[in-house]
Design a protein around this ligand. Structure first.
Ligand code: RP5
Ligand code: MG
Ligand code: MG
Length: 284
């Protein structure tokens, strides 16, 4: 990602704060924008949350920018970000709003996204081909987000100290398998059954996410892993259940006109390229 669109213009989510307009050619910090007067907004709901930073300047809060800060990762996949007047600057550029909005961390907010895939098959188990280009059709699991109603990867925030691949698997279980409401008796055998599958993820993308919650001083970054069920017999055959902040879940065909939350389409397209390049005729 080298530009952002979804975090520019319009109202900031869950607020009545209007973003200051940022034309395409004024996104970059290196372009002068004299008129730029973004409003400052940090949602009161994040105050005191265990996952949120204090305000900048509060006694005892000495963030280590661009580094591992205890268990909190304040390093960016985008390289060194700058600090201006004590505040980290969005590495892509202006968003029309300062503060943290609803994001917990100043600077990068690290998430992990699982991209769980299978080939689309007909009732006889034969892989279906795209009529236009005769290529096999790849499907991935998407969830419907409660907050925006958009379809998205079932990702989530990395807990302090948590391994990022573990975040991706945990979020899949919570949002696409509804593991949070399972008893241990239900969960343990299921987790055990898919242990091997979820231990073989391919790292696909790490970087900025054009998320509508981003601000000039706080933004989403993710690491995305692909878990591919080539035979369609493991997770590909599982009955999905939406859970936690997801209100729907489905397998969706990955096509060029797919419409997903934030910049998840970019991530999914990278996965599509990878799986297609590994596809062999013996798979069908
Ligand atoms: C996206 O926000 C990330 O790519 C990830 O999917 C998600 C994490 O936030 P929550 O789902 O926890 O709100 O930008
Ligand atoms: Mg979640
Ligand atoms: Mg989530």
């Amino acid at each position: 990602i080298t530009v952002h669109f979804k975090c520019r213009g319009g109202l900031y989510p869950r607020s009545n704060v209007q973003r200051f307009p940022v034309p395409d050619d004024k996104v970059s910090w290196s372009t002068e924008y004299k008129e730029y007067q973004p409003r400052n907004h940090t949602a009161s709901s994040i105050r005191g949350q265990p996952w949120a930073d204090p305000n900048i300047g509060e006694p005892g809060f000495n963030p280590q920018w661009n580094a591992m800060d205890g268990k909190v990762n304040r390093a960016s996949y985008m390289g060194q970000y700058s600090i201006k007047d004590g505040y980290p600057l969005n590495p892509i550029g202006r968003t029309g709003i300062t503060g943290r909005g609803v994001l917990g961390r100043w600077g990068p907010n690290h998430a992990a996204d699982p991209v769980v895939t299978r080939w689309k098959r007909n009732d006889n188990g034969v892989i279906e081909k795209d009529k236009q280009n005769n290529k096999p059709i790849l499907q991935c699991v998407v969830i419907k987000r409660r907050d925006t109603g958009e379809w998205a990867l079932p990702g989530g925030m990395v807990d302090p100290g948590e391994k990022m691949s573990a975040t991706a698997v945990r979020e899949f279980q919570e949002e696409a398998m509804n593991s949070l409401v399972m008893t241990d008796d239900q969960k343990v055998p299921l987790v055990e059954k898919f242990k091997k599958f979820f231990s073989e993820g391919d790292e696909i993308y790490q970087g900025y996410i054009d998320d509508h919650r981003n601000t000039d001083n706080a933004w989403m970054e993710t690491i995305a892993y692909n878990f591919h069920d080539n035979s369609g017999s493991t997770v590909g055959a599982l009955k999905l259940h939406a859970g936690d902040d997801a209100v729907g879940v489905q397998w969706v065909d990955i096509t060029p006109d797919i419409n997903l939350y934030a910049s998840h389409k970019n991530v999914v397209m990278l996965v599509y390229q990878k799986c297609l390049s590994h596809f062999s005729q013996s798979d069908s």
